[in-house]
Design a protein around this ligand. Sequence first.
Ligand code: GDP
Length: 296
Amino acid sequence: KDSLTKTRKNFVEKVEAVVTGRTIIDENLYEELEETLIQADVGIDTALELVENLRAEVKKRKIGSPEELPAVLKELIQNALGIEAGGIEISAEQPFVIMVVGVNGVGKTTTIGKLANFYKEQGKSVIMGAADTFRAAAIDQLEIWGNRVGVPVIKHSEGSDPAAVAFDSLQAAKARNADVLIIDTAGRLHTKSNLMDELKKVRRVIGRELPGAPHEVLLVVDATTGQNAISQAKLFKEAVDVTGLALTKLDGTAKGGVVVAVKQSLGIPIKMIGVGEGIDDLRPFSAKEFADALFA
Ligand code: GDP
């Protein structure tokens, strides 16, 4: 809960500040609320929609006191977030393949390490595939996490074909009866070689070797980048069918409103949230818990 302190300060406390001391609900009040929502990175469209819905509720419920508004807003935000339980449900598929994508620096490697640990702690056998062959450092980083968590990492040398690494990882996971295979991928955006083509190929090779796989294509985005996270998500969604989002660094940002924006503008479920640099700082996302923590 404490991980959302900054967002709470930037968001709910401001919402409360807007209503405090007021005696009537007027146009001016709605405008200030809208502004507060936008500043918390809820996104302009979502902010407008939330305030529109707020007006409707005020009318419907015949609310007269501004002080009742934060609670109604909380309800609306919770509704906007949906009721998904979050988390990544490991089905009976074996191995359950999670392909992880995202731009460099967003916390992809860390998220993979935390995920591996998460499943390991549940008694599952896990294998990781180092298919970001573009940077030697990426392979090294994954190995560090592999050692830390106690999970084998399948790798090739720097510059080798990422799809070949994915293929070998899958073979290894099958041969060793692993429950979960987590595949890291490259995240360079600013080079000539086409990242999206590379990711499509990795995805294709996985699907060919194991029909139905990858069972999860998890896109990692950095919450501190606010609206940038949304544009990244759109890009990846078009290229590889992203099935879920991991939103990292929610602990370090006042822009937690981006959770609502992501949900509203992408239609991709948020599955996990990163709330710190530690190995245990990854949680299944729950709309209810999030709204509760926000308005605590
Ligand atoms: P990658 O380039 O996407 O693989 O990014 P890394 O996994 O190397 O992470 C980049 C930095 O973000 C590292 O310093 C991580 O410790 C940090 N980081 C990752 N996830 C979180 C998180 O949820 N909260 C915080 N505060 N830092 C994080």
